[in-house]
Design a protein around this ligand. Structure first.
Ligand code: MG
Length: 386
C-alpha cells in the first residue's frame, strides 16, 4: 500500500490522480491533500478519500473549509506555505504527487524530498527553476523523482533495459498547441479563450497558455535534461499533432523506441505510482487502425519564440532558467487578465532575460531570491510598455 499526499488535488492532474487512486483502493491510500481555492471540490475529495491532513493557501478559505468538514474523522486543516509544506512532509506519506501550478510548487516539492518522500512530479516549473538542486537532493536522500508528464513518462519507459551510453538522442513530441497552423501575423490577435482551447489535452489555464506559446515544450526540454541527465543538444523536438506517440529515444544503432497511448494523463500518473509495473487503468484502448495519420514535423522556432528563449536560457544556465520561468509566469498572468497581447508574452520574457546577469545558484533560498527578482523585473518591463 502506498500512502500518497497530493499537492494540487483540485487541478486537472490532481483530479486524474484521484481517479487512478480510487480505481486501485488495495494499492493506494490518500493521506494528505493540498489545493488552492476550490474548497467545494476539496470538501468532496475529503469525504471520498478521508485524508489525515488538508492544506489550502488562503487563511479565510481554510476557516470556511473547517466549518464545512466538522465531525468525526475530519482532517486537520492548515493554510499558507507552511500548510503546504506540512502536507508535503507528513510522516504518514511515502509518495508525494507534486501537481500544483507554477513556481509555487518548488518549495513544498523540495521539502518533501528532504523529508525522504518519493516524488511523482507533474510540476515542471520545479525542474526548470531548480533541476540540479532537486536531483542532487533526491540522490542524497535516496528517493525517486518520477515524471507525471506524458513525454517524460514515455522517455522513462523507452530508456528501460537500455544502456545510457548508447543513446543518440531523445525525441520529445509536441502537439503544437492550438496555434500550430496559425501564422505569426494571426497569432498577434489571439484571445485568452483561443489560447485556452487546446486541441488534445484538457489542462489548467497556465499550462494551456504555455502549450499555446510552446513554452511548455521548452520547459519540458529543461525537465528532460535534468531528469535523464542529458545534454541540451541531445534533445530534439518534433510536432506530432495527434498526441499518440508521447516521445521516443533514438539509440546509436538507429533503433528508435517509442511509447504510444491515447492522450489521457491517467497513464503517466499510473506509471509514476506503479513504476516499474503497469497497473490496470480501465482506459479505452488505443486503436491504431482508427487513427488515419501519425505525422511529424520540426517546430518553427521563429513563430514559437518561447521555445527559442527556453533553449537560450538553458544554454546560458546558472540562474537564467529561473528568470525564464518567473518572467513567463508574470507574462502569462497578464495575458490571461487581458493586460497584454499574446506575442507580448515572449517579448516580456526576452527583455527580462536581457536585464538579468546570471549567477550560480547553490541553494533553494538563492533560487527563490532570483525568482522574486525575475517577477519584479518582468512586471517592470510590462508596465514600462517594453
Ligand atoms: Mg507534457
Amino acid at each position: 500500500m502506498k500512502n500518497i499526499a497530493i499537492l494540487g488535488s483540485t487541478g486537472s492532474i490532481g483530479i486524474s490522480a484521484l481517479k487512478v487512486i480510487r480505481d486501485n483502493p488495495d494499492k493506494y491510500n490518500v493521506v494528505a491533500l493540498a489545493a488552492g481555492r476550490n474548497i467545494e471540490l476539496l470538501n468532496k475529495q475529503i469525504n471520498d478519500f478521508r485524508p489525515i491532513l488538508v492544506a489550502v493557501m488562503d487563511d479565510t478559505l481554510a476557516n470556511d473549509l473547517s466549518a464545512m468538514v466538522q465531525g468525526d474523522g475530519s482532517p486537520e486543516i492548515l493554510s499558507g506555505v507552511e500548510g503546504l509544506v506540512c502536507a508535503a512532509t507528513l510522516d504518514e506519506a511515502d509518495t508525494v504527487i507534486s501537481a500544483m501550478s507554477g513556481g509555487a510548487g518548488l518549495l513544498p516539492t523540495y521539502e518533501a524530498i528532504k523529508a525522504g518522500k518519493n516524488i511523482a512530479l507533474a510540476n515542471k516549473e520545479t525542474m526548470v527553476m531548480a533541476g540540479s538542486l532537486i536531483m542532487k537532493e533526491a540522490e542524497k536522500r535516496g528517493v525517486s523523482v518520477l515524471p507525471i508528464d506524458s513525454e517524460h513518462s514515455a522517455i522513462l519507459q523507452s530508456l528501460r533495459g537500455h544502456f545510457r551510453e548508447d543513446i543518440r538522442r531523445v525525441i520529445l513530441t509536441a502537439s503544437g498547441g492550438p496555434f500550430r497552423s496559425v501564422s505569426l501575423a494571426e497569432m498577434d490577435g489571439v484571445t485568452p479563450a483561443q489560447a485556452l482551447n487546446h486541441p488534445n489535452w484538457d489542462m489548467g489555464p497556465k499550462i494551456s497558455v504555455d502549450s499555446a506559446t510552446m513554452m511548455n515544450k521548452g520547459f519540458e526540454v529543461i525537465e528532460a535534461k535534468w531528469l535523464f541527465d542529458l545534454e541540451m543538444d541531445q534533445i530534439f523536438i518534433l510536432i506530432h499533432p495527434q498526441s499518440i506517440v508521447h516521445s521516443m529515444v533514438e539509440y546509436r544503432d538507429g533503433s528508435i523506441i517509442a511509447q504510444l497511448g491515447i492522450p489521457d494523463m491517467r497513464t503517466p500518473i499510473s506509471y509514476a505510482l506503479s513504476y516499474p509495473r503497469h497497473y490496470e487503468t480501465r482506459l479505452e484502448p488505443l486503436n491504431l487502425d482508427q487513427i488515419k495519420d501519425l505525422s511529424f514535423k520540426r517546430p518553427d522556432f521563429k513563430k514559437f519564440k518561447c521555445l527559442e528563449l527556453a533553449f537560450r536560457a538553458a544554454e546560458i544556465g546558472d540562474s537564467m532558467p529561473i528568470v525564464l520561468n518567473g518572467a513567463n509566469e508574470v507574462a502569462v498572468e497578464s495575458f490571461l487578465r487581458g493586460g497584454i497581447k499574446f506575442l507580448d508574452i515572449s517579448n516580456i520574457i526576452e527583455k527580462t532575460m536581457e536585464y538579468h546577469q546570471p549567477v550560480p545558484v547553490d541553494n533553494i533560498e538563492e533560487v527563490m531570491a532570483v525568482d522574486r527578482w525575475a517577477r519584479q523585473a518582468a512586471a517592470d518591463v510590462r508596465d514600462a510598455g517594453f
